[in-house]
Design a protein around this ligand. Structure first.
Ligand SMILES: [Zn+2]
Length: 46
């Protein structure tokens, strides 16, 4: 069971909810971000 949630705000990659597991993260402003972009952002922030 795979449910399309939306697109990553960084790279536009499709974010899915798979068996209750989201292959990305929901930001405080409700936008979506994939793990790759989240990690890149974390590296550049610190
Ligand atoms: Zn992304």
């Amino acid at each position: 069971m795979q449910e399309f949630i939306g697109n990553c705000r960084g790279c536009g990659k499709a974010i899915y909810c798979e068996n209750g597991f989201l292959n990305g993260t929901v930001q405080e402003d409700q936008t979506l971000e994939c793990f790759e972009c989240q990690e890149q952002r974390r590296e550049s922030e610190d």
